[in-house]
Design a binder for this molecule. Structure first.
Ligand SMILES: Nc1ncnc2c1ncn2[C@@H]1O[C@H](COP(=O)(O)OP(=O)(O)OP(=O)(O)O)[C@@H](O)[C@H]1O
Ligand SMILES: [Mg+2]
Length: 298
């Protein structure tokens, strides 16, 4: 028998985030270990996205520290990405008027060493790096199943594919940890199931995953551990079985124990989500520079 040593990838200690009088995240300790898929759930407004923003340098926590592989992360999004932590956003942030391939190439910029002059002069070093980048981007598009759409504009993709493209772009920075903020929001049941497989495949590549979702079936199927955030505080953390059975979780969040098969309420939720997806597919996604202003840091 081989013994697996557990090493932590991400360590958050005493993370608190206050906005004026509102404490959105309160003294949260949180660990993600190598090889794990960890879920973060909680009601709307519980502080899940705010916590992600604290982990990824979009917000500087009022208190506490965040470390990646033993080193405290600098509170700057591009440095966090460079260190090895990538994310997707609750509101899709693609470059709508760029192609699928170009969007993935943008995600590679923290990993390309070629400097500005080399790029301007388009010397042999630059061209070689560019070819290697494109090859890697195409490999990632193959991995998520969008290689055939490489030249399509991002805004013309159906909603579910836009979410997948965001994942490919995040993977392009070659992360050791991937944070997903509601990756299946607006997806139909088949797309959700496919996303589940995709997350397992990402984990199998040696990338730890931390995922926020409201879809309990998705979360409990997928995650090795689940943490529940309620009003900014971590209520409980444990295996799916333990969390599903916890009376405080049932009372605070789930309403009733999760039984594995979708009930009527879940079926209604899926129908509603599909309606939203159809409506959203008609509207172009959030575009432009992935800004870091407070208002749109969702
Ligand atoms: N930039 C900000 N300025 C002020 N308040 C904020 C800011 N960002 C978030 N909040 C507040 O912090 C609380 C937590 O919000 P957050 O978006 O983190 O919740 P969430 O758990 O992600 O919810 P949802 O499931 O709806 O996405 C909310 O009360 C929200 O209004
Ligand atoms: Mg959120």
């Amino acid at each position: 028998m081989t013994t697996m040593t557990t090493t932590s990838v991400l360590e958050a200690r005493g993370v608190t985030m206050r906005f004026g009088g509102l404490t959105a995240v309160r003294s949260v300790d949180f660990t993600v270990n190598t090889g794990e898929i960890v879920g973060l759930i909680g009601p709307n407004g519980a502080g899940k996205t705010t916590f992600f923003n604290c982990l990824t340098g979009l917000y500087i926590p009022t208190e506490g520290t965040v470390s990646y592989k033993g080193t405290v992360l600098p509170p700057k999004p591009h440095l966090v990405t460079k260190a090895g932590v990538a994310r997707t956003f609750q509101n899709i942030r693609l470059f709508a008027n760029m192609t699928v391939l170009e969007n993935v190439l943008v995600g590679r910029h923290t990993r390309t060493k070629e400097g500005l002059w080399s790029a301007l002069l388009r010397g042999p070093g630059f061209r070689k790096a560019e070819r290697a980048s494109e090859e890697r981007a195409m490999e990632l598009l193959g991995f998520i199943g969008l290689a055939h759409k490489r030249d399509h504009l991002a805004r013309n993709l159906p909603y579910g594919e836009q979410r997948k493209l965001e994942i490919a772009r995040a993977l392009a920075s070659e992360p050791g940890l991937l944070l997903l903020d509601e990756p299946t929001a607006g997806m139909n049941p088949q797309e959700t199931r496919a996303t589940e497989e995709l997350v397992f495949a990402i984990r199998d590549k040696g990338i730890a995953v931390l995922v926020i979702e409201h879809d309990m079936r998705f979360i409990f199927n997928l995650c090795d551990r689940v943490a529940v955030l309620v009003q900014g505080e971590k209520l409980i953390e444990g295996t799916s079985d333990v969390v599903q059975a916890d009376e405080r979780v049932i009372a605070a969040y789930l309403g009733e124990p999760f039984e594995g098969d979708p009930g009527e309420a879940e079926a209604a939720e899926v129908t509603a989500a599909e309606a939203t997806a159809d409506a959203t597919a008609d509207t172009p996604s959030t575009t432009g520079t992935p800004g870091t202003t407070k208002g749109d840091a969702q």
